[in-house]
Design a protein around this ligand. Structure first.
Ligand code: BDR
Ligand code: CA
Length: 317
């Protein structure tokens, strides 16, 4: 079976991605590492536990990681995900933070990968602070990964957080820079524009949530707020084209779960802009080779949407 380690800032689409992985056949989730992002790292830990509880999978360890980016202060995406990260639909039965592991996320990441050399796929659906810290502590880490799957960055300089910055990269540009430059392992990117071009139609979402299961009821609760926001005029504009829901993080997860999910990708060296009047945090794609970098990432271009809908459906069964 495939071994996955997932690094999240557990907002709504992170939750969807985790549930997709838990439902996938032949996938073993070795742990969930948490990081600041959509909300505080404490909320992220709580949310990860809530998702695991909803899936009867509380045996999977949850680790707390970085509370802040490498430089400066954290931003959040409360407006979209709700201030608690899961749609501000609190649940009195939610597990407490005492269930979070004593070991920190960065140590756990290094330990788990070293215990399973060549076998772990690391899926990062959040600001890349934990991954950046891990590679600085253990530079051999990337060489021991089976693959790295990231939701983040952009290819057409269309931001969702700043003019040119996608949230996960804009929330910690230095970390994104370190990861894109230091992780010389097979790297797959689900970038913002690609996810916008691959929306899930609202009719699918309706059928998805209408399933008569506890998981679907849980999802309907945490999802309500972002559905409402997604349907406002401002967001429809930001989401580039067409209507529908963008479960950004689930694309990175689906690619890690199923090798045949990506149908077409571009292969280029990538990096991140660290300074600039409007461009800090923007991903840079070196289509010509100016950067003289040997490592090239796979930038997702076309994926099997039929498969995607099937995987998503299964996630709430
Ligand atoms: C990314 O930002 C977060 O709000 C989402 O969870 C996703 O990881 C999209 O830009
Ligand atoms: Ca996320």
């Amino acid at each position: 079976s495939k071994k996955l380690l997932v690094d999240v800032d557990c907002g709504v689409d992170d939750a969807q991605a985790i549930m997709l992985a838990l439902a996938a056949p032949n996938v073993k989730l070795l742990g969930i590492t948490c990081v600041h992002g959509n909300t505080t790292v404490e909320n992220v830990c709580k949310n990860a536990l809530r998702v695991l509880q909803a899936c009867n999978s509380l045996e999977i360890p949850v680790f707390k990681g970085a509370a802040k980016p490498i430089l400066g202060n954290s931003i959040n995406a409360g407006e979209f995900h709700g201030h608690d990260g899961l749609g501000d639909a609190p649940d009195s039965r939610a597990p407490g933070l005492d269930l979070v592991q004593k070991e920190g996320a960065v140590s756990a990441m290094i330990r788990i990968v070293n215990e399973n050399p060549g076998e772990v796929s690391l899926v990062a659906t959040a600001p890349l602070t934990n991954l950046a810290l891990a590679v600085k502590l253990d530079p051999s880490l990337p060489s021991k990964l089976r693959g790295l799957y990231i939701m983040g960055g952009n290819t057409e300089s269309r931001g969702n957080t700043t003019v040119c910055g996608e949230f996960n990269f804009a929330a910690d540009p230095e970390a994104a820079y370190i990861v894109l430059n230091d992780y010389h392992c097979p790297t797959y990117l689900a970038c913002w524009e690609f996810t916008c071009y691959s929306k899930l139609p609202w009719e699918f979402c309706d059928a998805w949530l209408a399933q008569d299961t506890d998981k679907a009821r849980f999802m309907a609760q945490i999802f309500r707020h972002s559905i409402e926001v997604s349907q406002t005029e401002r967001y429809e504009k930001e989401f580039i084209t067409g209507s529908g829901f963008i479960s950004c993080d689930s694309y990175a997860m689906a690619a890690a779960v199923d090798d045949s999910f990506i149908l077409e990708s571009d292969r280029y060296p990538v990096s991140v802009e660290l300074t600039g009047t409007h461009t800090r945090g923007m991903m840079v794609v070196d289509t010509v080779g100016f950067m003289k970098k040997t490592h090239k990432a796979f930038i997702m271009k076309k994926v099997d949407m039929k498969k995607f809908e099937q995987m998503m459906m299964a996630a709430l069964k």
